[in-house]
Design a protein around this ligand. Structure first.
Ligand SMILES: [Zn+2]
Length: 258
């Protein structure tokens, strides 16, 4: 049995060999689904708020970010919610990186069936992808809780305190807060794509956030590829594991084979 080198790329392969093998899998696949997490966006300057060094290890005013970003806190203390939210969750200058761009290329080639993401930054849509299932919502979508009018992220950034609609109603971001369920139809679509895929690439996520993480268990296809710096619960079932950074891996695929 081959041993996975800690910090290496898995199964004793170099990054170059891993990229080559992944390229072969992608070349032979017709219905790829990409399931991604925070590690896809860190190279775009968006901190991984669940990692050890990320936002969630800190505290704000003695409260944990999980408490501040919860449904009950939003309704009880909306001003404090928005102070934190503007400061830590909105990154208006963030741009898609090589991972986003590569997935856009795969969608254009009609190889990629869909992207299922835990990220709320909207960068996959910004890169041009259309079939994106944003399990936790999108910071670019905000709506009035009274009249349902929609507003872009700029509306939140350009206001102070509680952002308000022209009708006077309070505006809520279309992101899934702690204590809120995931959007039903987004989940149904995501699970359908995963179940129908021939290749599932799980990347930049440690698969610890439920219920999203369990979606990968619906996969019945041929190739389950995991690209992540740390082990995930899917590694045991995976046909290929790359212990590395998804942006680095996809950059290599783009460079070698435009
Ligand atoms: Zn309104």
């Amino acid at each position: 049995m081959e041993v996975e080198k800690p910090g290496g790329t898995g199964k004793g392969l170099t990054m170059e060999e891993s990229a080559e093998k992944l390229w072969e899998i992608i070349r032979r696949s017709k219905r790829i689904v990409f399931f991604g997490g925070a590690g896809v966006s860190t190279a775009s300057g968006i901190p991984d708020f669940r990692s050890e060094t990320g936002l969630f290890s800190g505290e704000e005013d003695g409260l944990s970010p999980e408490m501040i970003l919860s449904r009950s806190f939003f309704y009880l203390q909306p001003e404090r919610f928005y102070n934190f939210y503007r400061k830590h969750m909105l990154h208006p200058g963030a741009k898609p990186n090589a991972a986003h761009r590569y997935l856009y290329e795969l969608e254009k080639q009609d190889k990629l069936r869909g992207i299922v993401t835990q990220n709320i930054d909207g960068l996959h849509r910004q890169a041009g992808n259309i079939r994106v299932y944003e399990l936790h919502g999108n910071v670019n979508e905000n709506y009035c809780m009274e009249c349902n009018a929609s507003y872009p992220m700029e509306k939140i950034l350009q206001t102070q305190g509680i952002p308000r609609c022209e009708c006077g109603g309070a505006i809520k971001p279309n992101v899934v807060l702690y204590g809120e369920p995931l959007e039903k139809y987004v989940c149904i679509g995501a699970r359908r794509e995963i179940a129908g895929a021939d290749t599932l690439i799980v990347a930049g996520t440690s698969l610890t956030v439920e219920p999203a993480a369990s979606f990968t268990e619906d996969f019945r296809g041929k190739n389950l590829v995991v690209i992540n710096r740390s082990p995930t619960p899917a590694n045991e079932r995976a046909t290929m594991v790359i212990h590395g950074d998804v942006v680095e891996v996809f950059s290599r695929l783009m460079e070698d084979r435009p």
